[in-house]
Write a protein that binds this ligand. Structure first.
Ligand SMILES: [Mg+2]
Length: 281
């Protein structure tokens, strides 16, 4: 029973005649893609997702004034002392925080393949991801108010075709951010994974670096790893939820999280068979 509904939905998507005819070439068959169908449809078609994202950025906007004026205000646990006189900055993640890559997710479903780093790199090179609703207006407003906008992303630096350019992905990401309407994106404010040898997918060291020069007034992301270290592997789902409770005063005030049901460290750390994590009644 568990998989009959999504399978039926898939078939409906390819055949208006209902759930009888199976179009093998265009029907996603792997459980991975079937599970992402609902998630991707939610991001691409639902008014509810759009409202959710707008709400998140509106909440952040409402805190901007207080955060800028209050020199004791910091949002990063990496920032401990001597930050009161530093200029304010906001750290944002990029993917599913500012840029919407659901077309890449949709392509995996439509063409029935699992995540492939080469295909992802091709998608990055297209520089055509649209904005997450609310992100651009918020970023431009914060910049206007004198806040430095810093992007810490796990888009990975990787040279292509033996080129001497160590990181074509950086300029492509900057171009994409500008193309959605962000007025100013400074190259020195974009930190990619592997841009420096010791920059892994763990974002803590990059936050520490930013904390040396800026008072980090807000963190905005779609993954718990955009806010806290050591939450991407070797941790149980319930321990991650406990951390959310531990920092409950930050959510909606200093930390702002976007919904992402399509992928993330929440998903990566679930072991197969994932159905075992479901709780019935
Ligand atoms: Mg992200």
């Amino acid at each position: 029973m568990g998989y009959s509904v999504p399978l039926c939905s898939v078939l409906l998507a390819v055949s208006l005649s209902g759930c009888v005819v199976v179009h093998k070439e265009s029907t996603p068959t792997s459980s991975n893609e079937l599970m992402n169908l609902n998630s991707t449809l939610w991001m691409q078609t639902s008014a509810e997702y759009k409202g959710n994202a707008l709400q998140t950025y509106k909440a952040a906007e409402l805190q901007l004034n207080n955060a800028i004026k209050d020199s004791s205000w910091t949002s990063a646990i990496e920032q401990q002392d001597n930050y009161g006189n530093l200029p304010p900055a906001i750290i944002l993640d990029v993917d599913e925080t500012v840029l919407d890559n659901s077309q890449f997710q949709a392509d995996m479903i439509l063409n029935d393949y699992s995540y492939d780093p080469k295909k992802w790199d091709q998608w990055v090179s297209l520089q055509s991801a649209p904005e997450i609703p609310g992100a651009v207006a918020f970023i431009n407003k914060a910049q206007q108010m004198g806040v430095e906008i810093i992007y810490i992303t796990n888009r990975e630096c990787k040279s292509r075709d033996n080129s001497s350019n160590h990181c074509p992905q950086k300029q492509e990401t900057i171009n994409n951010l500008k193309s959605v309407g962000i007025n100013q994106v400074d190259s020195e404010d974009v930190f990619l994974k592997k841009e420096k040898a010791d920059w892994s997918s763990e974002k803590q060291s990059r936050r520490e670096l930013v904390a040396e020069s800026y008072r980090i007034i807000m963190l905005i992301g779609d993954d718990l790893g955009d806010f806290l270290p050591n939450v991407k592997r070797g941790i149980t789902p319930s321990a991650r939820k406990d951390l959310v409770t531990d920092y409950q005063d930050n959510w909606g005030v200093k930390w702002f999280i976007l919904g992402n049901p399509t992928y993330g460290s929440w998903s990566q750390l679930l072991e197969a068979p994932r159905v075992n994590y479901l709780k019935g009644y």
